[in-house]
Design a protein around this ligand. Structure first.
Ligand code: SAM
Length: 197
């Protein structure tokens, strides 16, 4: 089922209050410790749920997405919030409109499970990442009650294998959970890799 895309009609869920409570974007981004002088790319940026708060922490963010509609919503949000260091651009499935080694870090938030050919896609992500730069991935865990159907999700082990094949070494991982009366109803996993220098 890989390759099933989050369609633009679901954009309002991406920006909903429930999502913001369960997965507060600034707190999740903070786990990757972005630095003020860094240039980031978020691929599959959607409506900018992560790209816009990320832009407040770094020099510049390239927000790329396959969907014109998503990018239009993102641009509107940039205008509302007067954000001028996000460059929103359309990208193709595994072709990114950025030069080789042009970014310090790439964020893939809830997108890798949607990609048609993850090996090809990550090779292209690696092309735009500078040597020593980072790849930061957030995905739903298999036990999370929210998110895509379980057969669409990727395990951390699968992601590690794909990242290694694209030239990244594991550097750290974390989990983010929400619980109610002991019941873990929301859980995402963050994984951070470094590209070999
Ligand atoms: C589930 S949404 C997540 C959006 C955003 N990262 C967030 O967490 O709010 C996935 C987004 O990835 C985009 N997408 C899927 N495959 C892509 C690809 N190969 N390249 C770029 N964008 C892609 C979709 O159009 C959609 O906007």
């Amino acid at each position: 089922m890989a390759g099933h895309k989050c369609e633009a009609e679901h954009a309002s869920h991406l920006d909903g209050r429930l999502r913001r409570f369960m997965a507060p974007p600034d707190a999740l981004i903070g786990r990757f410790a972005p630095l003020p002088a860094e240039i980031w790319a978020e691929i599959g940026a959607g409506t900018g749920f992560f790209a816009i708060p990320l832009a407040a922490r770094v020099e510049r963010v390239h927000a790329l997405d396959l969907s014109d509609t998503m990018l239009e919503l993102l641009r509107r949000k940039m205008e509302d919030k007067q954000v001028d260091n996000v460059e929103a651009a359309i990208s193709e499935e595994s072709t990114l409109p950025l030069p080789e080694s042009s970014v310090d870090a790439v964020l893939l938030a809830f997108v890798l499970h949607e990609v048609d050919q993850p090996e090809k896609f990550l090779a292209e992500v690696s092309r735009i990442t500078r040597p020593g730069g980072r790849l930061c991935i957030i995905e739903f865990t298999s036990s999370c009650s929210f998110g895509p159907p379980k057969d669409m999700r990727m395990t951390s082990e699968q992601i590690d294998v794909l990242a290694a094949a694209a030239g990244y070494e594991m550097s750290r991982s974390w989990e983010w959970q929400r619980r109610l009366l002991g019941w873990k109803y929301f859980e995402v996993a963050g994984r951070e890799y470094r590209k070999s220098s």
